[in-house]
Structure formats: structure tokens, C-alpha cells
Design a protein around this ligand. Structure first.
Ligand code: RIB
Ligand code: CA
Length: 309
């Protein structure tokens, strides 16, 4: 029986590859894609979700969600993903349309329809997830699991302390991390183990398919920022790690830790504070990703993306 998921995302180069992996994997049934502001504004992230669906030839329903954080000002990452949010390859004009209805309503509806069966896979700001929990608290005990890309047990990437997704909406993140839902976190400490170095990008191009070429061009653009800022020869495919965990958890080493969100402004604003040495005595509430078999991860990506034309 495939795992029912909702992919909540802000495409975004790595969100797009996460969607490709999810939709090509029989282990998962993607009930829908819900979109949130983040890498770029909501208008562009929803357009990009439609573009990715078009390229994949999928019919998965797509819902627009929150266009801003709960409390703080909106930040974005055009510097990383370009003005369109998917800079690099040619982006076709999507023929499909967004579903009527709001992403938050869809999340609530699906969790109530499939109690205990739906895994939420947020790879952007946690605003939609937090809004769903607040609008309909009944869904919290009915969510099977949340597997997210966000945070880090060590350094940040958007501030010295915080990772971009969490920093986008620390108040939403606090709601989600404090909810009594099994939560698995793919943070930067894990995702930075997956740089898309040229030899790995070449594997997608060698597929000789439209989607393989599209993926290679996404990664070649995505590399630019990471070369300039971090001096890396490849960008981590952050978001696909969360999807890969649901397909091949054996690629991961994880541990249970207490993780709390700093939602007060200041140097640590948006930090996922991980009690790695259990010094607080607080109950571990998050399964934290520690290591990933990067070669196995790319084998999975190439295999599954190779199933597209
Ligand atoms: O910090 C990396 C995360 O921020 C990824 O989800 C990327 O898509 C951006 O949203
Ligand atoms: Ca993302």
C-alpha cells in the first residue's frame, strides 16, 4: 500500500526535483501538491508548480496556499533561485490550472478523509501546515507523520543561526514542532551531504530525456549561488532528501532529539535548537536526519527521474 502524501512546497529548484521523485515513485501516492510563498512569491511558486506538473505530464491537483508568513515580514530567495524561481531551463507555459479552494482547506479535507494515513511533506515555509493545524485542531492527531526539509542541528544558511524555510516563518515552525505529530527533520546538516557535483549532474543529462535535461539545467543554475557563497561545486538537493526518506529510509541515519524553535527576534531567530547531547533532559520530539548515503540517494534520483520521457 503506497504512503499517501501531500507535498507542500515553494518551487524552487530542489522542490521541483522533490516533486519529480515523489510522482515517479510507486511507494508514494501524492494526493496533491500545496504551494506556499518562499523562494519567490506565491504567484511564481504556484506557476512553477504548474510548470513542473506540465513537464512531468502529471495530473496531480495543485492548490495555492499562504502568500505570507503568520507574523513576520516575507523574505525570499531570488538570489538563489532567480527571479522566476526556476531559472535555468526553458519554462513552458502550463496548460493546466490550479484547483479551486485553498491549500489549507485541502490539507484539512484530506487528513479528515484519510485519518492516520496522510504524511505531510513540507519543503518550504511551514505556514500552510500551521494554518491547517490552527483552523482544524482535530487533524493534529490524525496526521500520520510530517517529514520536512528545514532547520539544521548546526549552522544556518540564511542567517548564521537559521535555515531559510524555518526563518521564513518561525511562528509557524513553532506551532508545527510543538504539535503532537511524529516529525522527521531533514536539516542542512543532512542535506549538505548531497551536493550535485558535475559528475552527478551528468547522470541526469545522460538519461537523454527531456526531463533529464530539464533536471540537469536546473542543477547547473542552482550551482551558481552555491559556488559563489559556499565555494561548492554543486548545490545540495535539499528538498528531495525529505521525499527520499519516505521511499528508502535505509539511506539515512537518524536520531531522536529535543528540537525547539526560537521564535523571538534576535541572533537565533528561526533556529531549530537541537539538544544533541540531551543536556536539557527534555523529551526528544523529533527524528533528526544525521547522515545520508549520497551515492544511494543519487542512484534513486537517476533511476526514478529516468522513468520520465
Ligand atoms: O534552505 C533550503 C530550503 O530553502 C529549500 O527548501 C529551498 O527550496 C529553500 O526553500
Ligand atoms: Ca523549498
Amino acid at each position: 500500500m503506497p504512503t499517501k502524501i501531500i507535498h507542500d512546497c515553494d518551487p524552487g529548484h530542489d522542490d521541483a526535483i522533490a516533486t519529480m521523485l515523489a510522482l515517479a515513485s510507486p511507494e508514494l501516492q501524492t494526493l496533491g501538491i500545496t504551494v506556499v510563498y518562499g523562494n519567490v512569491g506565491l504567484e511564481r511558486t504556484t506557476q512553477n508548480a504548474l510548470v513542473v506538473r506540465e513537464i512531468l505530464g502529471s495530473k496531480v491537483p495543485i492548490y495555492a496556499g499562504a502568500d505570507r508568513p503568520l507574523v513576520r515580514d516575507r523574505i525570499s530567495a531570488e538570489a538563489v533561485h532567480g527571479k522566476s524561481g526556476l531559472e535555468g531551463p526553458h519554462l513552458p507555459t502550463p496548460t493546466g490550472k490550479l484547483e479551486d479552494g485553498h491549500a489549507v482547506g485541502f490539507i484539512i479535507e484530506q487528513v479528515l478523509k484519510y485519518p492516520g494515513e496522510v504524511t505531510l511533506v513540507p519543503t518550504g515555509a511551514l505556514t500552510n501546515i500551521a494554518l491547517a493545524m490552527r483552523m482544524e485542531p482535530k487533524i493534529v492527531p490524525l496526521i500520520r507523520q510530517i517529514v520536512l526539509m528545514g532547520g539544521s542541528i548546526d549552522i544556518g544558511n540564511w542567517s548564521p543561526s537559521a535555515e531559510f524555510n524555518i526563518l521564513c516563518d518561525p511562528h509557524a515552525a513553532k506551532i508545527v514542532f510543538e504539535a503532537a505529530v511524529p516529525l522527521m527533520m531533514c536539516g542542512l546538516n543532512l542535506t549538505h551531504q548531497t551536493p550535485a557535483i558535475p559528475s552527478r549532474v551528468a547522470r541526469f543529462r545522460a538519461l537523454g530525456t527531456r526531463v533529464g535535461e530539464f533536471t540537469a539545467q536546473l542543477l547547473e543554475f542552482f550551482r551558481q549561488h552555491h559556488r559563489e557563497v559556499f565555494g561548492w561545486e554543486g548545490a545540495p538537493i535539499h528538498d528531495a532528501c525529505a521525499v527520499a526518506f519516505l521511499i528508502k529510509p535505509e539511506l539515512f541515519k537518524t536520531g531522536m532529539y529535543n528540537v525547539e524553535i526560537e521564535a523571538n527576534e534576535g541572533l537565533a531567530y528561526g533556529r531549530t535548537v537541537c539538544d544533541y547531547w540531551h543536556v536539557t533532559g527534555k523529551k526528544p520530539n523529533v527524528e533528526v536526519g544525521l547522515e545520508i548515503d549520497a551515492d544511494g540517494f543519487y542512484d534513486l534520483l537517476v533511476e526514478r527521474i529516468g522513468t520520465y520521457r
